[in-house]
Design a protein. Sequence first.
Length: 615
Amino acid sequence: MSVAARKVSNPRSMRRRENRGRPLGQILVASGRLAQSSLDYALDMQLDTGGPLGQILVAHQFNSPEEICEALAAQSGGGVAVRDCDFSGPVPGAPEFWIKTGCMPWAKTKTGWKVAASNPRNVEKHRDEIAEYLGKFDIIWASHEQIQTAQTKHFRGHLLSQSENGLAEDMSCRNFSTKSARWWVLGIITLAIGAIIFSQNPLILFHGALVMAMIGIVLSVTLKISILAAKPANPQDKVYFPDPIQTQMIWPTISILVPLFRETKIAERLVERLKMLDYPRSHLDVILLLEESDPQTQMVLTRTALPSWMRIIEVPKGSVQTKPRAMNYALPFCKGEIIGIYDAEDAPEPDQLVKVATQFAQSSPDTVCLQGRLDFYNTHSNWMARCFTIEYASWFRMILPRLVSLGGVIPLGGTTLFFRKAALISLGGWDAHNVTEDADLGVRLARAGYRCDILDSTTFEEANNRPIAWIKQRSRWLKGYLITYLLHMKNPRKLLADLGTRKFFMFQLVFLNTLIGFSIAPVFWILWIIAIGAIGFDDLGLNLFIYRGISVICMTSFVIEMIVNTIAVRQSGHIALSRWIITTLAYFPMGSFAIYKGFWELLTAPFYWDKTDHG
């Protein structure tokens, strides 16, 4: 049924005297702004979801925000904010308070303050606090969009500062010094040259790298064996999904952050995919984050009809331009008690948010994060996409669930993540300067004693299937892994005390294994050259016993990797990819080029976010 069909023609004015104190729905029906059948439907929805009636009416397009404001004014005897906020002085109270309450000091008169609000529940809940800040005040009604526009304009400087520097200094990499890093590199090079001169053996560097490579491969084998031996964390074993209508479940509001930058090709498709989410519209708050420096994406979304539960927040220019900075900027504006993150190319399963709400409701309070699975919708576009799918199947179907069951530190993925808002705020949000803010946040969650669990739901993405784009994306990830490792290992004793022995060891297995593995991989290329007989092992100063020992370790690692990948591919349903698993031997060497690019950027531009193009 169309919106027009739900409404009654020839609306009458909302007379305030006779409507004062009447229920909101009756006022709208009496004024001709709402059909009785539409009100009945909305009241049924309110019974099922527990949401405010006005919010439900707007979410289902029965009424506009302006009509709700007029009805609230008639109900309360107050006024309507018919123009923009005209108060330009300092506002008493913290910006976070006004943003949280959805209220805004709109004007100051001789008789007191005019405070704009859009939600009667928030006004009643925080009336005493507002009075403490302002003294005498009257409520006028404004749409949420009007209030948000005023708040982003008035609190711009504060929000920008908090988004970049709100995280505690000892937990942020913002003070990372490229100058110090360069001195460290110079020192290492000097030591290497000195070792060659002192030993008079040029192969000493190869032998040193070989030892590091063996340490890395032993770490990898240890991790993979632990993974295979562990029982996976299966959320289906402990989560019961009830019928929300029969149980009258009160749905929590979920805010979804979707950072966008130069996404002109897929912005419209993104909106259509998010419309497929099966969750009460009155409890869904999708925020599209646009950068002030990206007018192209802004133009595309301006031409796109957005539903009432989807809004845009423009992030001002700052000292860095990263995804975590944008999310920090928007975090205070999130209405929900649960915060989710999607990327621009994501296509989540329709029932995903229902599962999120249900699993959080049935989890212990210390479970503050849920990580969903990622898969790809362009799996068979080329060989790289197939290998990428195999890699992700291994990570999200095998490694992460078993890391959870082992009690390890979870390096979170950047999307299909859901947090309890209170815990996220208590941690200070994201590190705006870390280019793998997700992995860093996973470590900080563990250090604070919080738990992360696996969500039994999948989001489909676009596999990065072009070599140059893949290396750019992977270099950012590996650079961020290195920065995260160096940051948290600044004080190993403190990290050990925070994590405990088991998690500290798992932290080394996951992060150090990744960094050493890609850094020293060229050493294994030399071993392949020996294997095909191009050079002899004795030419590299190795005896037969050592060479055979290294070969056994490498073959063991290879077999375990193939087993993990095979199990993961079968669990993901991509059975046809099984025959491609062996070809990942040619896929992962690209990671070495990526990590060397990451090392270079660590010395020159540690906070540079190398954008991955989609579509």
